[in-house]
Design a protein around this ligand. Sequence first.
Ligand SMILES: *Cc1c(COP(=O)(O)O)cnc(C)c1O
Length: 389
Amino acid sequence: MSLQPADTHPALLGSLLPPSGVPLLNFSPGPTSLAAEVQAGIKALFDAQRMCSMYLSHRSPEFLDILTNTVQRCRMAMDIPQQYEILFMHGGGHGQFAAVPLNLCPHGDEKATYLVNGTWSKRALSEASKYCRPIVVSSESVAGTFTHNPSFENLDPESKYVYLCSNETVNGIELHHLPKLSIKAPLVIDASSDFSTKPIDWVGCNVGVLYACASKNIGHPGVTLCVIRRDLLGTPSKLCPGVLCYTTNAREGNLWNTIATFNVEVVNIYMQWMIAQGGVHEMERRSIAKSAMLYDLIDKSEGFYSTPISDPSIRSRMNIPFDVAGGDEETTRNFLVQAWERGIVGLRTLTPFGVGKYLRASLYNGVSVQQTEGLVAFMADFLKTYRTQ
Ligand SMILES: *Cc1c(COP(=O)(O)O)cnc(C)c1O
């Protein structure tokens, strides 16, 4: 293997295009690859005689069919009770950081508890500070790292809601089950990176709002799925823009403005695929199997690989941060270049929070068990070669 000068090699610039001829194994944190069947389903939209949602009017009967189907499939796949509205909104996860307080805090000075367990909940908190009075319960260390959850006990009972990110994509912390809080306030969940990978106890856990941007586990960027319990509608802030307003969008059946038609149809195809594969329980089974393979290898590598989260009960099944040889730069570079030569990409990407100390493997629903085996086999080989040098 010939190493090119360090910072010009595509593998080190985060290129997602491996050399031609090797099959792509994409472990990007999102946007990311879709399952082969979902890709085929999208391609078929353009082959079919019927018109594809990319150029259907959003108010045509044909698109209304697609929309109704998509809502029903989401409800079915994720067992969403009838008392919840399902919205397809613009603005991504970041839009929801503002939408949540704008919809739930009409006066702008209401208290809302923010449980901060990683970079995304921290960002949500900073956005929410403009529109409500957040009470911060954070597990951030003095050094700025997150390795556990904050306590879910003794929360302020006057909170309008309790905000929580169920999978911290960057830090690798996941709640495998939502908590049952002892206060009455509803949960607001950012499930952007774990939605559709495990069942949700909507009623038992008092979920008020749950949202997921599409680019991790339900489609591609440009649409955000929002699930809102109906009793929380009707009292947005007067400042809440129409496009972010749950009440307006629910009243208008998702058609107050132009919905992201094609993105919604992709969600439909994705949900159809998921249901055909065995549904959310099967996705959970695969997530457990895929992540266990990788954590096992890391834990048995005698420190050659390490992951920052030591408590297995909160280790993310979606995003697995790890370092190579204690973060040694040259070894990490070799690792990335050799991985890339085998088609393995997406392990080091830029985030809004910079390039961290850790590489990260993301194992969303679109990543198969077999692809994960490919990564694990490479990591085992790399370890063996390094040991025998
Ligand atoms: C990716 C991500 C976001 C940001 O979503 P955008 O669509 O880029 O706004 C928010 N929260 C979590 C947990 C994420 O993984």
